[in-house]
Design a binder for this molecule. Structure first.
Ligand SMILES: CC(C)(COP(=O)(O)OP(=O)(O)OC[C@H]1O[C@@H](n2cnc3c(N)ncnc32)[C@H](O)[C@@H]1OP(=O)(O)O)[C@@H](O)C(=O)NCCC(=O)NCCS
Length: 160
């Protein structure tokens, strides 16, 4: 059973560890050679706080029994188009493949609807990232077109 809390500055060291996981780095940065640092993630968080205050980003820390295991969020929130891009990372590898990504993303989709009244979510995913592609498809995301380079674009609209 998961819970979700506001993404906080104290999560920076978790972000460094999670993003430096090989599988995550491959799909997030497109290479396993990019190692992120406390400084890079602190800069990310500085920017995040500004954008969150402006209503452009909304991120959560994913908690399993009070242990932070990953993060997810909405970014490029556009109140005119009522759309946002999404991202999810179960950073702690031992927690992957147990349906937690699905549970977390269902929560994020609900937040996007009930708190932000969005109409469309979209994302880009590496065409070889099968767990992510299966997860998005299972929750109703549709592929937009052929991959652009290594990235597949997917979109979600609420029924009705
Ligand atoms: C993508 C990610 C969030 C999925 O979360 P998860 O908790 O591992 O996924 P779930 O257990 O909820 O499973 C989701 C689907 O993927 C499948 N799956 C899980 N692990 C898999 C694996 N190693 N290989 C193939 N399929 C896999 C599951 O069977 C399920 O599909 P189904 O509903 O058709 O049965 C997680 O693997 C992750 O954080 N990966 C690294 C970061 C990343 O790639 N983020 C996405 C960037 S776009």
């Amino acid at each position: 059973m998961l819970s979700f809390r506001r993404h906080k500055r104290e999560d920076i060291s978790y972000r460094v560890a999670w993003l430096n996981n090989r599988a995550a780095a491959l799909y997030v940065y497109g290479t396993v050679d990019h190692l992120t640092t406390e400084a890079e993630q602190t800069a990310w968080f500085d920017q995040y706080e500004k954008e969150a205050t402006a209503g452009l980003k909304k991120f959560f820390t994913i908690m399993a029994e009070n242990k932070p295991i990953g993060f997810m969020g909405l970014f490029k929130i556009d109140p005119i188009k009522r759309s946002a891009k999404i991202f999810i990372l179960i950073g702690d590898e031992e927690y992957r493949g147990q349906g937690l990504g699905r549970e977390a993303l269902q929560h994020l989709i609900q937040v996007a609807k009930t708190e932000l009244d969005l109409k469309t979510l979209y994302l880009e995913v590496h065409k070889k990232n099968l767990p992510a592609i299966k997860l998005y498809r299972r929750l109703g995301f549709k592929s937009l077109d052929k991959p652009v380079g290594d990235e597949m674009r997917m979109t979600y609209s609420w029924p009705g």
